[in-house]
Design a protein around this ligand. Structure first.
Ligand SMILES: C[S@@+](CC[C@H](N)C(=O)[O-])C[C@H]1O[C@@H](n2cnc3c(N)ncnc32)[C@H](O)[C@@H]1O
Length: 243
């Protein structure tokens, strides 16, 4: 993987003050719990042994938690390439780390997945990560997630999927920018306004933007079936795909 495609966007103040994300993105809390419920209802009756989950970009562990709580028969490997975020995950998941049901890997997602055997994992889940990736890096990751999954395996991505309608999308972005500025100013976190607004608009870069139809077709091209949006609220969407 070329080094310039591996980025670390959460190493500065955004990562250090990541708890603010719950306030600027209220849908994220619902998204994480939806992902947990879907993992909980995954049908594993066709096989024996624990259900294996790989989480891409676990950050502070806020989605990892509902995933772990969703069922007993679960083993999770959570990957993130940002030490600041992983140290928060160690705190959030302290109890679960003791149970041995979760391991944390510090690595970029493409490199970590590339080392995992084909058809070895039941579920790959990710929350608010894949939209951040450059398109070429994202394509490699999607193809390798397909390789990693067992037949009938499930890929769940709760993320920011840009609207196909560019005018509607721009309006949503304007509303979001206003909401970020209002929320961060009301908390006196003026230091974070520039960082989060810059981050918000870096997702709009043509090398990065993850537009719904293009993203779904890319998943189909990689081999996924039953690829659909289970939930959407403005820019936040939960995408489901099966191998
Ligand atoms: C917006 S945060 C989301 C964190 C978490 N999933 C959540 O629900 O809050 C994005 C996370 O993805 C991680 N990340 C970004 N690019 C990555 C990559 N190429 N490989 C591994 N982790 C990555 C970042 O370090 C960060 O922790």
């Amino acid at each position: 993987m070329p080094k310039d495609e591996i980025e670390r966007q959460f190493s500065g103040v955004i990562g250090e003050g990541y708890e603010i994300h719950k306030l600027i993105c209220p849908n994220a809390v619902k998204m994480r719990s939806r992902i947990g419920s879907l993992v909980g209802s995954f049908d594993s009756s066709h096989r024996s042994g624990p259900v294996s989950v790989v989480e891409i970009g676990c950050g502070s562990g806020w989605a990892t938690m509902p995933i772990l709580e969703s069922r007993e028969d679960l083993r999770v490997v959570a990957i993130d390439n940002e030490p600041t975020m992983l140290s928060q995950a160690e705190t959030t998941l302290a109890h679960w780390l003791e149970t041995g049901r979760i391991s944390l890997i510090e690595a970029d997602a493409v490199s970590a997945v590339a080392e995992m055997p084909s058809e070895s994992i039941d579920i790959v889940a990710s929350v608010y990560v894949i939209h951040n990736l450059l398109k070429s890096y994202r394509s490699s990751l999607i193809r390798d997630v397909f390789r990693l999954l067992r037949p009938n395996g499930l890929f769940l991505n709760g993320d920011r999927y840009a609207l196909d309608d560019i005018h509607a999308h721009t309006e949503v972005m304007q509303r979001e920018a206003r909401h970020y500025i209002k929320t961060l100013s009301s908390l006196g976190r003026y230091d974070l306004i520039e960082e989060w607004i810059t981050h918000l608009f870096s997702d709009e870069n043509p090398d990065r933007i993850m537009r719904e139809t293009t993203a779904i077709s890319e998943m189909k091209d990689a081999g996924f079936r039953d690829t659909k949006i289970l939930f959407r609220d403005e820019i936040d969407a939960l995408v489901h795909a099966m191998k």
